[in-house]
Ligand binder design. Sequence first.
Ligand code: IPM
Ligand code: MN
Length: 329
Amino acid sequence: MAHRIAVIGGDGIGPEVTAEALKVVRAAGVQIDTVDFDLGGARYLRDGEILSDTTLDQLRDFQAILLGAVGTPDVPPGVIERGLLLKMRFELDLYINQRPFIGTAPGGTEPHDFVVIRENTEGPYVGEGGVLRKGTPHEVATQGSVNTRMGAERAIRYAFELAMNRRRYVTLVHKTNVLTFAGDLWQRAFNDVAAEYPQVSTAYNHVDAACIYFVQDPHRYDVIVTDNLFGDILTDLGGAVSGGIGLASSANLNPARTGPSMFEPVHGSAPDIVGTGKANPTAAVLSAALMLDFLGETPAADRIRAACAEPGTGSTTEIGDRLAAAVAV
Ligand code: IPM
Ligand code: MN
């Protein structure tokens, strides 16, 4: 039976890379029924819709959502990000953001292979806080970080489960030396879950030190678990040391499967190169492979990953065509 996929191409290069991802999935022999949702900055500028509750309810009926990229320079920062992307993450309870990194760091010789599990529904992303006396010399802005035991624990548990099928090594990344309240909650949740997995080795890195290790010694990592904001920043760095952001894929997962999960490249809408054919669709294709893993189509996903591991150049559609040819059954 065909998988029902909602497609949000979005803005900028989003629709271009998403089209290639769908081409490759179909070439791999996976049956999908897709419905396009016209959402993003361009749609917002046209009629004001960002993501209405009606549209959100329509998305709930799909098995997965494939997203290109959203955001346009014509809309102030935060409007589309919060109203569309973060709204989906929160409302669909996509509490895991899984970002795999396989590649060779600049100047390195041996490829590394690690995964970042980023908590995806809490931290400073929740929008807690506010502003007082705006525009005056006495202006005050606060932006709190929300950390629940449940939220931290379910991300940590997911990381340990994943590690059981990998090299059985989980590193917690935080900043417990400064963020003593949130860091302590995370550290205790981590220690408690670790006690349930005696087969899994563990480590802890402060996030600033982790930045050095990402560049100088990424081989030390297997599975990393961290909070929402540290995970956001670290995964851009992860992309940069693993062949570039053009290859970085991500899965926004609801592992409880109470609704669809969402799959998107880590990169943004890159309005500066839209229409030039310069966008590398590989990150979108690899995100679609993560979607196929989640839909139980692992052999097709593995074929797609193998094809993407072959370095290649060309325009957006040339790369897509080459990958499609390589995965055909
Ligand atoms: C990401 C992006 C988003 C984030 C933005 C667009 C809101 O940077 O998925 O990493 O910060 O989570
Ligand atoms: Mn990011």
